[in-house]
Structure formats: C-alpha cells, structure tokens
Design a protein around this ligand. Structure first.
Ligand SMILES: [Zn+2]
Length: 618
C-alpha cells in the first residue's frame, strides 16, 4: 500500500538480515526481551476440556446474554443460558466478563514470533497476505490439528501476484511475476498447485503517493485474467489497490474483496454501489492507514496499562516505528469516511491490521483496529463480527469465527463489556486456542518454544525439490537492505560421499551495501525466524566444496528476531569436505531459541560458487 512499507514492513524478513547486518551498532536494545509477568493467569485447567459459566457471550454475531459454554476436547460442545456443566469438568467463573470468539486478523505479514504474539493478544487466526510457499503445508497441518500450539493459525496467499519489479518483489526472496507474455491461467494454476489458500493481487503504481517513484504493475487486462483464473481454481481473489480507479476495476473484474481501503480519495457513490452489487468486502487496514497518516494507534496501545505489560521488545519496536519524513495528513479521516459510508450501505467490512508495518504489531494492533472500526461508525458488536464471524464466512472457513457447538474452541475472555466499550477487549483474562489456555506472558512463551525435531539431518538435497526434513530453505541477499548482490541456487547431481545430489549456490557479491551478502538461509520452523529449541544439540555439520572462498555460517537466535547473528567462517575448497562447527562457539547464541542459519558469501566483491550437502544439527 505504501512505499515505506517496502523498506520497513513485512520486511521483517528483510529486517532480519538487513537490520541485523546493517545496524551493528544498534544491536543491544532489541534483545532486552519481554516484560514482567504478574497479571492473573487463567484458572487451573489441564487438557482442552472445560466450561465457562456466568460470562456474557458474544457468539460472533449476536449477544447471547449470560450463558454456559462447555468445551470438550478442543471443540465447543454446548452453549446454553443456564446450561449444566458435566461432572468433572474444570469450571471457569465468567462473572463480570464477556466471552468472545478468538479474533481473526484478516491482513497480516507473518514471520518470527507473529503467530505466538497474535495468540497472546487473543488473535487465534490470521490471513497472511504475501510470503513464501514452502511453509504452506505446515501451516495447513497446524490449523487442521487440535494441538496445544499457543499460536494463531494462518491462511496464506503464498506469493502475491505482481508484475516484474513491482510491489512485492523487493523483500529479498524471489517472487514469480507476470510478464507481458505470461499465460496467466497457467501461472495462477502453478500458484494454486503450490497450495495457496487464496489469490492476492497487487495493483500498485504508486500514483496515490505523490513524489514516490512509480512502479510497474499488472495491467487491467491481466488483473481481469488473474481474477478469472483464481475463480476457475476455486480460490478467492483479493486485491491490494491504492486508488479508487484501480479498486473499481478490480471489483468490476470480479474480485471478492479489497485488502486495503484506497488512499487517493474517499469512496464515491458509484463505487459504493459497485461494491454492494458485487457483494464484495473491504479489509480497510485502518491501523496502518492511521500510522501512515501520522495518527497511528501504536503509542496509545503501548501506553494502555491493559496491554503494556505483555508487549515484547519487538512489538514495542514496531508499534513505535514511524515513517521517516512523514508529515501528518488527513488520509485517516478520509479512510474513516469511506468505511463509514461503505458500511452504512451494507458492504462487508473485515478487520485487518497489516501488522507488523510501522506503527503496528501482531496481536495487539487488532485491539486498535477494533476501536478504529467503531470510530468509523460500526457498533462494537459489528466491529467484533468484523473480527470473528465475518472473515471466517467470507473466506469459507467453517470451523471457527463463532462460539457454537461443533466449532473449534478458540476463545477469549475479557473483563467488562466490549459491546458497550470496545476497548474492553484489551482487558484479557484468558485466551484459548483449540481449547488449551494460551500462555499470555511473553517471557514464559519464549521459554516454551517448540522442541527440536528428532532427526539431526536437515537436508541431504537428494530429492527433486529443495526440501528440508523440517523447516525450509530460502535464498537471501543484501537486496533487502538496498544492496545489489545476487544469488541463484539449484539442485545438482553428485553430492558428497557419492550421494545423489547437492545444493549449488552461485551468485555475485556486488557493491551497493556496506556489508554485502548473498547465499541461502535455513529456517527451522514453519515461519521464517520462528524459534525452535535446539539447546540439546552441539554441532552444525555439513559437507561443502566450492571456489576456495571463505563463507559465513550465520546463526540467528535469541528472544528477538532482529537480534544480531553469531558468525563462524568456513572455507569451500575444490574437494568435498565435512565442516563441523561447534554450536557453543557461535558467540552469544541462544540455542534454545534458534531462528535461522544462513550460509553466505560476503566480502570480497565478485562472483562465488559453493555446494552444500548433508546439513545436520547434531
Ligand atoms: Zn500488507
């Protein structure tokens, strides 16, 4: 939606290597970690069966008044005024509280601790709007399970659909793009085969942002073809557009919804009529509009005593992040007006934050978004529906979004009555995911990181695709920090010790960034930079050969996904050689929170080539 997002935004991924390598002098502050616990914990509960009695229940659509909700094995079993509680179930007293469905954030960019931070603040499901596809099977498995994950489930767009060099291509991972002669139907078919849950288009030439350099983008004809192909593949098509004209075209072409409210002007009567006629929805992302208008909610959320204690250093950092050189403007007022009129006309409004863009953070910003939706004219109940039942229905998700028998027990319990004061959603006293209580204290969740998988072998590169036994590999270069270095990778036949295959990594280290790099990065979890506990392992072992250069193994770990990496060097000579790096020798690394390992070329400038095989964490 905006140019600076390009640099800072879901640039998380960008930020990981970019900030870590670039801002060496600033490394200290993000490692500070989380805050004091002390706030009351959810009552005693083991397992995922329990009952909540005496709370007012908003079921995602309606106020049911006081009711008893019984949860059995992670699913809601019954909801009844004066309902009985079966013998033996733990009972939670809901007196003076309101029970809500777990919130759904319909626009995020997930990486690092996103899923955990979301859940800690009551967001139990989120829609990821652009990112790598290797994680999709893991995300699907997670959301279909009833496991005690303590994390929000994700539905994901995979790679956003864009033009070569267009918005979305600048984040340091390769994004397939639609060229002038691309067979659009086949291209979208490939995305669907990658396992995407919906198709997200980016229509962005930057014309809504005076002074910004323009960007190549999809043509109107391509937009029409992409939407048709998405529908042919039985996927929703949702569109990022920043102008009324582009938004209008998208809706005329059959888009199911818009993932931002446009920025160049307020919605006019003709557009509102088009939206109604098409029954399309808008995810206005008022949180990020507010931030980019100079009136962001980040400061108020940080200052709210109901939220402040549970923010991590990283959440505080993104909430406090500002747009450099931004001058306050009236785009928030304009957006609120558009949302008001669209909503008044009956157009579906879905709550989404666009976290972690500057001025927002995962989880916590949903509470600001709800307040902004009420400012736009939604009643508190309508705002809560926009964050629960409505996104579930619009995205065809039928196991959540409401509190009803047979649905997943994703719940939050808050003090007070958010149906009269929407900010009461901030007074969380309990969050349940799949019926399990979510640990809401950041320090405690940092200690409860997911365990390392059994096997030592990460990848032997003997298959037909770049795969890992757990986690995933991604190329990484300094382009995300403004550099120009390049990398390409391919699987080749003939690996170490006569094995079938190996990973070839070639590229060029080019001037353009003070600390240039290019190489491959391994992420151990489903999401980039999500931590996994490898404290019981002692060595990083791999086979390498190459052009004789020295390369870096950079280990990212610790409480912050933006902390400094620890580095050890290795050399890639002409013959296959086993490299064994003692994990304890990665200075300052916290192996209980291992987030990623990058194998990269740096200085001196020039081309490079090395081969990796049989990577293990022993
Ligand atoms: Zn976004």
């Amino acid at each position: 939606m905006k140019r600076l997002t390009d640099i800072l935004a879901f640039g998380a991924l960008a930020a990981t290597l970019g900030i870590a390598v670039a801002l060496q002098g600033n490394a200290g502050d993000s490692a500070a970690g989380a805050n004091e616990p002390t706030v009351a914990q959810a009552p005693e509960q083991t397992g995922n069966s329990f009952a909540i009695r005496g709370a007012r229940v908003f079921d995602g659509e309606r106020d049911l008044g006081l009711a008893t909700v019984v949860v059995r094995d992670g699913m809601v079993e019954s909801v009844a005024a004066n309902g009985d509680v079966p013998d033996g179930l733990p009972v939670i007293d809901g007196a003076g509280k309101t029970l809500l469905p777990g919130l759904i954030d319909a626009h995020v960019h997930a990486w690092g601790d996103a899923q955990r931070d979301a859940a800690r603040f009551g967001v139990t499901t989120a829609f990821d709007m652009h990112g790598m596809v290797e994680r999709l099977p893991m995300l699907r498995e997670q959301r279909e399970s009833l496991a005690d994950t303590g994390q929000a489930d994700l539905w994901a767009a995979g790679y956003a659909i864009t033009a070569p060099g267009g918005h979305g291509t600048q984040y340091g991972f390769p994004v397939p793009a639609i060229e002038a002669d691309t067979d659009v139907a086949a291209f979208i078919g490939e995305r669907i085969d990658e396992g995407v849950d919906f198709i997200k288009l980016i229509v962005e030439d930057m014309s809504a942002y005076p002074g910004a350099p323009s960007l190549p983008t999809l043509t109107p004809a391509q937009v029409t073809q992409v939407i048709a192909a998405a529908h042919a593949g039985e996927r929703l098509a949702v569109v990022h557009a920043s102008t009324l004209a582009d938004s209008r075209h998208a809706i005329e072409a059959g888009a199911n919804g818009l993932v931002h409210i446009f920025a160049d002007q307020a919605a006019d009567a003709a557009f509102i009529a088009d939206m109604r006629a098409a029954d399309a929805f808008v995810i206005p992302t008022l949180s990020v509009v507010a931030s980019f208008s100079g009136h962001g909610e980040g400061g108020a959320l940080q200052a709210d005593p109901r939220l402040a204690d549970r923010l991590t250093a990283e959440q505080k950092a993104t909430l406090a992040a500002a747009i450099p050189g931004l001058s306050a403007n009236d785009r928030l007022e304009q957006a609120l007006r558009s949302v008001h009129e669209l909503h008044a006309a009956g157009v579906a409004i879905l709550a989404g934050t666009d976290a972690p863009n500057p001025g927002t953070a995962h989880g916590v910003s949903m509470h600001g978004e709800l307040e902004l939706l009420v400012r736009a004219g939604l009643t508190p109940a309508q705002a809560l529906a926009a964050a629960t039942s409505l996104p579930a229905r619009r995205f065809g998700i039928d196991d959540r979004g409401r509190i009803a028998p047979g649905l997943r027990a994703d719940l939050l319990l808050v003090d007070g009555d958010p149906l009269s004061d929407i900010t009461a959603t901030r007074a969380l006293t309990g969050v349940w995911k799949n019926g399990y209580p979510v640990e809401r204290d950041a320090k405690a969740t940092a200690g409860a990181t997911q365990a390392a998988p059994e096997q030592a072998l990460v990848s032997d590169f003997d298959g037909d695709a770049l795969e890992a036994n757990f986690g995933s590999w991604q190329p990484t270069t300094d382009q995300m920090a403004g550099g120009a270095s390049t990398v390409e990778y391919r699987l080749v036949t003939g690996g170490a010790e006569d094995s079938k295959g190996a990973l070839a990594i070639t590229g060029e280290v080019l001037p353009g960034f003070a600390f240039p790099w290019a190489g491959m990065m391994f992420f151990p979890a489903a999401e980039p930079m999500q931590p996994v506990d490898f404290s019981a392992r002692s060595e990083l072992v791999f086979q390498v050969r190459g052009d004789g250069r020295h390369y870096s193994a950079m280990l990212f770990s610790g409480p912050s996904a933006q902390g400094m990496p620890s580095v050890q060097m290795f050399q890639a000579g002409p013959e296959w050689t086993q490299v064994r790096l003692t994990l304890a020798d990665f200075a300052g690394a916290d192996l209980s929170l291992l987030r990623g390992i990058a194998f990269t070329a740096g200085q001196p400038l020039g081309s490079f080539e090395f081969f990796l095989d049989h990577v293990e964490l022993r």
